[in-house]
Ligand binder design. Sequence first.
Ligand code: SF4
Ligand code: SF4
Length: 160
Amino acid sequence: MLNKTGIPTDEELRSVLPSEERIKRGPVAIFECFQEIPCNPCESSCPKGAVKIGEDINKIPKVDHEICNGCTNCVGACPGLAIFVVEQKGDKGKVTIPYEFLPMPKEGDMVTGLDRKGKPITKCRVLKVRKNEKLDRTAVITLEVDKGKELLVRFMKVEE
Ligand code: SF4
Ligand code: SF4
């Protein structure tokens, strides 16, 4: 399915999700990277050493969810836009996503959260927009969503 549509299967997603208990403990990265390609900025961008690819750069990265502290450094470093950081607090969730489109939202804006198929699923508040030279043209954006939606929202639409 991934090869034809770019959308991972439920089984592929289950294989990369942190445990419910880990998600409850604090922010954590989810790597939705399923294809063997020569790529490793996720590994070098992680200050905690939580990401391992190993000597063969084609291997799929493995993130240790116990070591990852959800700092979001790797989100903007991934050229495949395949890394997300999720968090749950009370009845709200947060998801940090990479974003390379225009218009660029501002903090406080309401945007439409889209799922992996590009389907609108919820309204989200923009909590944080990070953009700098180091990140090149990839902005790193944190959205507030209803709890549970942080596992579904993977893109957003900004109304002009
Ligand atoms: S969120 Fe931070 S600690 Fe976690 S894998 Fe990414 S860079 Fe490493
Ligand atoms: S940087 Fe992104 S695309 Fe490249 S291996 Fe890491 S997760 Fe996959």
